[in-house]
Design a protein around this ligand. Structure first.
Ligand SMILES: [Zn+2]
Length: 105
């Protein structure tokens, strides 16, 4: 009997997905692609964007991506980044479809 082999990666990420992982330092993160490639995220200004990719909806006025004070309510960057980082810490291991982090590489 013939068996059909399904595509599997040794790291357990479905094709087309990325996974949030914690980095080596405790304050950094890794975005790993299903094929094993990864980006190291070490800049706190990246946290809001990364958190949004993984479902963070901590700030919804829409006028800020979390890297400038909100022009609507005045919420500070530091507050938003702390919220984003907290979200990331609580969602390590989450997998979402790759929105294009690994395109063109
Ligand atoms: Zn706001």
């Amino acid at each position: 009997m013939r068996r059909h082999l399904r595509f599997r990666t040794p790291i357990g990420i479905p094709e087309g997905y990325i996974r949030l992982e914690s980095g080596d330092f405790g304050w950094d993160y890794i975005i790993r692609n299903y094929d094993g490639r990864y980006h190291l995220i070490q800049t706190d200004y990246d946290y809001a964007g990364i958190a949004s990719t993984f479902g963070w909806r901590g700030h919804t006025h829409g006028e800020t991506d979390g890297t400038i004070d909100c022009p609507v309510c005045g919420r500070k960057v530091g507050t938003m980044l702390a919220s984003a980082q907290n979200y990331l810490d609580n969602n390590v291991g989450k997998m979402v479809p790759d929105p294009g982090y690994f395109d063109g590489e």
